[in-house]
Design a protein around this ligand. Structure first.
Ligand SMILES: CC(C)(COP(=O)(O)OP(=O)(O)OC[C@H]1O[C@@H](n2cnc3c(N)ncnc32)[C@H](O)[C@@H]1OP(=O)(O)O)[C@@H](O)C(=O)NCCC(=O)NCCS
Length: 275
């Protein structure tokens, strides 16, 4: 581990994790969690292996159209690297993780690339996982917050999980779903997805519908894309019911099999793509 990495370790004091507000996991955070940030070649094989373990034990299960319906989705280190740390782009990748008592309980991987002709740089959340025992304690929000950099003019995520979408909206748009404008996703998705160096993002299929910014009555599929990732939607649907049970009006539509929600959040200083 390089010295620069060591300097970027932070103790997440409990006051930084809003306790009591949304705790639903079975392991409240009693010990000080440690936040670590690794960039480019600081992302060692051990870090990738730890990520593979967390993902394989806690991400989700295959849906009926997946390769192993009902089985846990697993990803070994090589596959994980291939999926989210693309060759020749390692220098643009960041891994943020949270450890509790030396165990990795959450990680986020992001990859950035230039998009459009206007010098914009998008930071894409390629993977976000929190250990099932530690969910509902705003760890995902902490992970996303740690990825933010002034050079990024836009953030994006594809995810079937409503909590991941809410965390991205909270972190990158600085608001809740009620105040989020899905028009931004409709406006920027083509430019950003088509410019992605990550194949599964570049190849995602989406409806080319456009909506007026500030118009919440979007078409069902405006904020989703067909990524052919057949994760079981049972847990995300249950999560959606929990969100709606709190009175949240869900603006990202319902998901078909193999689709994921799409959230794109330009930063206030983003330059509009040329027409
Ligand atoms: C998605 C995931 C990372 C969320 O992690 P988490 O640390 O539990 O999430 P947080 O506690 O930070 O909460 C994020 C948002 O979800 C909401 N949320 C969390 N648990 C909730 C619950 N039980 N009911 C309603 N809302 C809930 C939070 O209120 C927050 O939204 P807000 O800021 O608008 O209030 C986690 O559920 C996970 O790892 N899921 C499996 C993997 C996955 O699907 N990852 C995303 C795809 S890349």
């Amino acid at each position: 581990m390089s010295n620069s990495t060591v300097h970027r370790h932070h103790i997440l004091h409990r006051s930084h994790i809003k306790k009591g507000h949304i705790h639903h996991g079975s392991s409240p955070i009693e010990k000080n969690p440690i936040l670590q940030i690794f960039k480019g070649n600081e992302i060692t094989p051990q870090i990738v292996s730890d990520a593979s373990t967390l993902f394989s034990n806690h991400y989700g299960i295959w849906g009926s159209k997946g390769p192993k319906p009902g089985s846990r989705i697993r990803m070994n280190s090589a596959r994980l690297r291939e999926q989210i740390l693309p060759k020749n782009l390692e220098g643009n990748c960041t891994c943020v993780r949270i450890l509790i008592q030396e165990e990795v309980v959450g990680h986020a991987f992001a990859c950035s690339w230039k998009t459009g002709d206007e010098g914009n740089t998008v930071c894409w959340i390629a993977q976000l996982v929190v250990h099932s025992e530690f969910r509902g304690q705003r760890l995902s929000l902490r992970l996303l917050e740690a990825l933010k950099e002034p050079r990024f003019t836009c953030y994006g995520i594809l995810s079937s999980h409503p909590y991941a979408c809410l965390a991205a909206i909270r972190s990158f748009a600085g608001c809740d779903m009620a105040n989020y404008d899905p028009g931004d996703t409709a406006q920027y998705k083509r430019t950003i997805l088509e410019s992605s160096p990550i194949p599964y993002i570049r190849d995602a299929e989406f409806n080319n519908d456009t909506i007026q910014k500030g118009n919440d009555s979007i078409k069902e599929e405006t904020c989703s894309a067909f990524t052919r990732f057949y994760v079981d939607h049972g847990e995300p649907q249950e999560a959606l019911r929990s969100v709606q049970g709190r009175g949240v009006i869900w603006k990202l539509g319902t998901l078909k099999e193999g689709h994921e929600h799409l959230v794109i959040v330009p930063q206030p200083f983003v330059r509009e793509p040329s027409k």
